[in-house]
Write a protein that binds this ligand. Structure first.
Ligand code: GUN
Length: 298
């Protein structure tokens, strides 16, 4: 579905969609508890004192509790050795009362993050970062899907954005967002023709101007400008940046898209904040409930 420039774009309300999904999880957990079962248990491992990581983990803990999960956070100083961290993972892998856990990234430089991710039991890998889950996703087998791409697919589905045969341009090829996003958008059932752009891509503007859907995950504020998009495009903005200003707070929050100038050309667009962000944690909760029910691996 596309619209012309004299109609307003539809703002995709990530907060509302996330709330609906959270309410569904909450109702299912309430039923489990009513039937005398224990609640699902999600653990987060936080290493060091990075401000953004602390606030993400705090939100994950809060939202897990809101849906009735048990939620624990293991905090370690950034002096923890790789060996100690791996031993903690072994402990969690063997704890039958832990359904799923995540290791908040980034990790300090002296720890090999890939080695850590590989040590997570794939059955408890609710972040969907383990090579086993990444491989299963690639093959369209049951898998824990990474939270942000999974959340974006749900946002697109629930907003009613048409995807079949559409040109989808993904900006950014990170392991966590861009690369899995390309896999999910080209899957059977979603059926987009995907172009994955990165730092070496030539003619990004032209490629974007041909897109029906743009998923921006470059990590650069206002990377997507008005001259890069066609009328009627649907845009998902994954970026989140704090820009200093003279306001009382001292900053404003914005995404990878120059919303003010781009939005009037869009059929749909996600706001920042309130678009993709709220969906990410819900995906983690969805994965944790699946882990509890042993839906992915039996
Ligand atoms: N750091 C940034 N995004 C994520 C995420 O989705 N999961 C984890 N574990 N760390 C992150």
């Amino acid at each position: 579905m596309t619209q012309t420039n004299n109609t307003k774009p539809i703002l995709i309300d990530g907060k509302l969609i996330a709330k609906t999904l959270k309410d569904e999880i909450k109702a299912e957990v309430a039923q489990l508890l009513d039937s005398g079962k224990r609640p699902p248990h999600l653990v987060a491992i936080l290493v060091g004192d990075d401000g953004a990581s602390q606030s993400y983990v705090k939100s994950k803990e809060k939202q897990a509790k809101e849906v009735g999960f048990m939620s624990s956070v293991y905090r370690f100083p950034d002096t923890i050795t790789e060996k100690e961290l791996l031993e903690t993972l072994d402990f969690l892998n063997n704890d039958p009362e832990v359904d799923g856990y995540i290791v908040q990234l980034p990790l300090p430089k002296h720890i090999n993050a890939k080695k850590v991710i590989e040590r997570v039991d794939p059955r408890k890998d609710v972040d969907g970062f383990h090579p086993s889950n990444a491989g299963r996703m690639l093959l369209s087998m049951p898998a824990y899907l990474p939270a942000t791409p999974f959340g974006i697919v749900k946002l697109i589905e629930r907003s009613g954005i048409e995807t079949s045969g559409k040109n989808c341009v993904i900006l950014g090829r990170s392991d966590i967002v861009g690369t899995p996003m390309a896999v999910l958008m080209s899957r059977k059932g979603v059926d987009c023709t995907v172009t994955l752009c990165h730092t070496k891509t030539q003619n990004v503007k032209e490629i974007c101007r041909n897109a029906d859907i743009i998923i921006a995950a470059v990590g650069q504020p206002h990377f997507v400008t008005e001259d890069m998009v066609k009328e009627g495009v649907a845009i998902i903005d994954v970026g989140i940046h704090r820009i200093k200003d003279d306001s009382e707070k001292g900053y404003y929050v914005t995404g990878d898209v120059d919303f003010e100038h781009v939005a009037p050309k869009c059929s749909y667009i996600t706001p920042v904040p309130g678009g993709v962000g709220p969906m990410t944690i819900v995906s983690l909760l969805t994965n944790t409930l699946k882990a509890y029910k042993k839906e992915i691996y039996d």
